[in-house]
Design a protein around this ligand. Structure first.
Ligand code: FAD
Ligand code: MG
Length: 310
């Protein structure tokens, strides 16, 4: 049972809290998948399992951490004929890369690896390593044939779907739930949520956490049949010389995005778009970011920036 008191909200891994106002027959279960906590609220255990099964299938295809996944094989072989789900993720990634002029770029994997190590060691990387990695980054160098599913990368290039695949998995799982006749459910994959239908005739309530004060909710969104995703600089980061370095990389510089923003929340019709846009806007900054959101018909964007990030 969940109640409307903030201290009783679910402990979501990232930045969004699921709030609830009434008691009803829903089950809530969590599982560690895709490197994060996936939490599902649904009418019954069978519906929950539909979601976890879909996440498991997609993790096996899309994880760059797994050398046997399709992405793992593409990264090591440089060429692969991928299946229909991967075709859709790559197509959407390229669309957002083009529209964001490369601020969103799944080929920034070599940079992501460098900065992941830096975050672990709390030490900025060598400039020369960044310059070398930058030579391997560029979405325009992905050869992609949608008809055949052929994807080719230039030697040394790698793909990391960390900024879009969780949202995609949420959408695929929601499609499976709908097919099974489920009318009401909520999936939260590490801050990438979809609110299916209503909850006891009322919208789902999602609270946005203050990126600098985790016990404070700064806004509550009431959502029905909408996706919401947040990207921020407060889960994976380190501070060096009073400067914060996060895991969201600006592919034009090779350094973590530095636009004075500490969190971006996007509400959209689907979770793939919300996930990718929240990352892209974080890199682009407010003005170009909002233009991008408009292009992809996002319903709402909440940006936390400036003094609120001190
Ligand atoms: P988002 O803002 O949504 O995405 C940030 C992530 O996207 C970065 O971590 C990086 O991977 C990538 N990125 C950074 N900058 C850009 C950019 N400009 N354009 C495009 N992409 C960018 N983590 C583990 O520790 N172990 C695992 O086994 C593991 N398996 C995973 C399997 C899958 C299929 C996926 C999708 C993720 C997995 N992860 C795993 C988590 C992943 O490495 C990231 O930590 C996570 O996706 C970051 O998501 P986010 O919502 O915090 O941030
Ligand atoms: Mg994202």
């Amino acid at each position: 049972m969940k109640k409307a008191r903030l201290k009783l909200v679910f402990p979501i891994f990232l930045s969004l809290f699921v709030l609830s106002c009434s008691q009803e027959n829903l089950v809530t279960r969590s599982k560690f998948l895709m490197g994060t906590i996936v939490e599902v609220t649904a009418p019954n255990q069978k519906a929950v399992e539909i979601v976890f099964d879909e996440f498991k299938i997609l993790e096996e295809k899309l994880s760059h951490f797994n050398p046997d996944s399709q992405i793992g094989r593409l990264n090591s072989q440089g060429e692969l004929v991928v299946d229909s789900q991967l075709i859709r993720v790559i197509k959407k990634s390229l669309e957002i890369s083009q529209a964001s002029r490369g601020a969103f770029d799944v080929t920034c994997a070599p940079l992501v690896d460098i900065w992941k190590k830096a975050i672990k060691e709390k030490n900025p990387p060598d400039k020369r390593d960044i310059e070398k990695a930058l030579l391997l980054v560029g979405w325009k160098n992905i050869y992609f044939d949608e008809q055949s599913g052929t994807v080719k990368l230039k030697p040394g290039m790698k793909i990391d779907l960390g900024a879009i695949a969780k949202g995609f998995a949420v959408d695929e799982a929601i499609a499976k739930l709908k097919k099974a006749g489920v009318k009401s459910a909520l999936i939260d994959a590490g801050g990438n949520c979809f609110c299916l239908g209503a909850k006891s005739g009322r919208p789902w309530s999602i609270g946005l956490i203050n990126p600098r004060k985790k016990d404070e909710i700064i806004q509550i969104f009431a959502l029905t049949n909408k996706a919401i995703a947040t990207s921020g600089d407060y889960e994976q980061f380190f501070i060096s010389n009073n400067k914060r370095f996060s895991h969201i990389i600006d592919p034009s510089s090779g350094y973590p995005a530095d636009t004075g923003i500490c969190s971006v929340t996007v509400i959209a019709n689907d979770a793939t778009t919300a996930d990718a846009l929240s990352t892209a806007i974080f890199v682009l900054g407010e003005e170009p970011g909002l233009k991008l959101a408009k292009k992809f018909k996002a319903s709402e964007v909440k940006i936390v920036k400036g003094a609120d990030c001190d």
